[in-house]
Design a protein around this ligand. Sequence first.
Ligand code: GLV
Length: 330
Amino acid sequence: MPNSMKPKILVTKHLYPEAIDFLRERVEVEYHDSDEGYPPDELLDHLRDKLGVVSQLTDKFPAAVMGALPNLKVISNVAVGFDNIDIPAATARKILVTNTPEVLTDTTADFAFTLLLATARRVVEGDAYLRSGQWRQWRIDLLCGYDAHHRTLGLVGLGRIGQAVARRARGFSMRILYYDAISAPSHVERELGLEFVSLDTLLAESDFVSLHVPLLPETRHLIGAEQLARMKKTAILVNTSRGPVVDEAALAAALASGQIAGAGLDVYEREPEVDPGLLGLHNAVLAPHIASASIDTRTKMCLMAAENVVSALEGRRPPNLVNAELWPQA
Ligand code: GLV
């Protein structure tokens, strides 16, 4: 099909090339091949004549942006999270929103466990200690941390990623508590050996608390000073969900005062800014939002987003439609 007849889309930032090739065969692509992306006002200009956009979690789509784009039919986000998009506003304007679930579940769960172990076993501190030339000899109490095996893990949120973390925890013979808006079916609880508890019980009894909820008005600052105060002094918090689920300043204070023992974080309230209080702490392992960042998974996410946008523009139900009410089942 000549380009002039194909629907036009914008790809806001650099993507894996397999996805760009797939897109270019099917739609007319304006590709902003950079890591930075356009500033918000320029983004709007580049979107005016587009029917679709392949966006990333750093691109913001509030109601006002969508209101200025009457031609836009689909926003295909290259992420499982979609808190960068005002979903009710998209739905009201009949804009389809899609995400990239499942392909990143195991990779993200691996990374949550990586942060859990790295924090508990002080891997980053050990690396810094060795590189700075301080290591003189084996010592009985050198960099002793906490065991993960046979201890209690509390999962806040038991969606796909929470369940994948539970599978890993079983291999470490952990007791697994979980809290969610609704309990899991009993066969899932049995298969994964899970106990459904209140958030307060989870916080009080867990040695590790790992967050796996989406960012919603109800989950913003779900973990604040009050919740941190309920945790054990020996407990470790892991966050691979979204930064604003945790009150970052309260967390920095809790880590500094020894209210809790440590934190393994991949996400922050104002990325790429990190609370200065966290930066000086030895008991926080800080990663730059890379939980799904394996080459295989990021490639799959890009391809999935490409398929979603093309399906929508070819009149088929996109496989990963978030606002499913826009596509009533036959
Ligand atoms: C990453 O944070 C994602 O939502 O995929």
